[in-house]
Design a protein around this ligand. Structure first.
Ligand code: ZN
Ligand code: ZN
Length: 100
């Protein structure tokens, strides 16, 4: 079976399930500051989700100096994750607290 790979920076951590990969990205990596709005979000999946759920592709391309193929890659990763992920299982394992 294929493994999920973290892929943040030069991190090569691999995981059998997507939930573990997201927990790793959230707990083990530095937070990411959104280049569009300055919100600090967990690196990895949550950063991608924030960028594409909260901002338009045009904003993303402009702020991240990205091109359309970079956008497509991230959108396809996001889709692949969202087909499999049980976000409740992820949230249960995170050492972050929800804003109140
Ligand atoms: Zn990693
Ligand atoms: Zn943002």
């Amino acid at each position: 079976m294929s493994l999920w790979r973290c892929a943040i920076g030069d991190c090569e951590a691999r995981f059998e399930d997507v939930e573990s990969a997201i927990v790793h990205q959230t707990n083990e990596h530095e937070r990411h500051e959104c280049q569009v709005c300055g919100t600090v979000v967990p690196e990895g999946y949550f950063a991608i989700r924030h960028a594409f759920d909260e901002h338009t592709r045009a904003e993303y391309v402009r702020s991240y100096d990205a091109d359309s193929s970079a956008v497509r890659v991230r959108e396809s990763v996001k889709d692949a994750i969202e087909k499999e992920v049980d976000l409740r299982a992820v949230v249960d394992q995170l050492d972050i607290e929800q804003p109140v």
